[in-house]
Design a protein around this ligand. Structure first.
Ligand SMILES: [Zn+2]
Length: 248
């Protein structure tokens, strides 16, 4: 297995993680965001859906679940050193890269002006969840729209101008080419942020847990994942991405 082509971007001044659901950023890039935030990066999260299908309990009040997941997401973002969370509130499971949603993603990028954007890889093969594919398409299309004045020109008022990030990092990468190497403190922050999503313990965190203590097993699996990527990157711990800079 060949290693990454590049590793460790210079700490960006600002970053925006664009994800389908509450908890996706924590799973896919939480430790990376924590590392950057500690070094002074201003981190925002953009969560596209309301997470209203994130339960196995058919009797749950979905509006209660949505509010609970918002609070969990804010807490998780804070634990990663983040500054704020923007919720678009699309119905969980029904996200589409349509013109209106692209415009809303574009508007957030133009307002927050991130140096680095992180998102789901829309070209990931054999992925089942449609929201993750749509969210990946939306981050790519949102970036393309944000940089040119004839896309959604009605947004360019009150000091809002076009914006072109320096880098796009796609997680769940179909072909990873870049690693962010991480330390124990970054892993600890990711675990704390994941564990803030208490409503997801049963359906996601402890899914297919073995016979041992499910929380310990969850922590072990998270560490193994970062350690496995670290082996690829020649570091104790790392997260993998497909880095795009040359088309931005
Ligand atoms: Zn998700």
């Amino acid at each position: 297995m060949t290693g990454p082509r590049t590793a460790d971007l210079p700490t960006p001044a600002s970053a925006l993680a664009v994800v389908a659901h509450p908890d996706d950023a924590e799973f896919q890039c939480g430790a990376t965001l924590a590392k950057w935030a500690r070094a002074g990066c201003v981190v925002h999260h953009l969560v596209l859906t309301d997470g209203s299908k994130g339960t196995w309990d058919p009797t749950v009040d979905q509006s209660d679940l949505v509010e609970r997941r918002k609070a969990e997401q804010r807490e998780a973002a804070t634990l990663l050193g983040g500054t704020g969370v923007v919720f678009l509130g699309h119905v969980d499971g029904e996200l589409e890269s349509d013109r209106l949603t692209r415009a809303r993603v574009c508007a957030v990028i133009r307002r927050l002006r991130p140096a680095v954007v992180l998102g789901h890889d829309p070209w990931k093969r054999y992925r089942l969840h449609p929201d993750h594919a749509a969210a990946g398409r939306l981050v790519v299309d949102g970036i393309v729209a944000a940089r040119d004045p004839f896309f959604h020109p009605e947004q360019l008022v009150d000091g809002v101008t076009v914006h072109r990030p320096d880098a796009l990092l796609l997680f769940e990468a179909d072909e990873a080419n870049h690693a962010e190497t991480l330390g124990e403190e970054d892993l600890a922050a990711q675990l704390a942020a994941l564990e803030a999503h208490e409503s997801q313990m049963e359906t996601t965190h402890f899914y297919r847990a073995g016979d041992g203590d499910p929380l310990e097993e969850f922590r072990r699996r998270q560490r193994e994942r970062l350690a496995g990527t670290g082996e690829w990157a020649g570091a104790p711990l790392a997260q993998a991405y497909h880095l795009i800079v040359d088309q931005l």
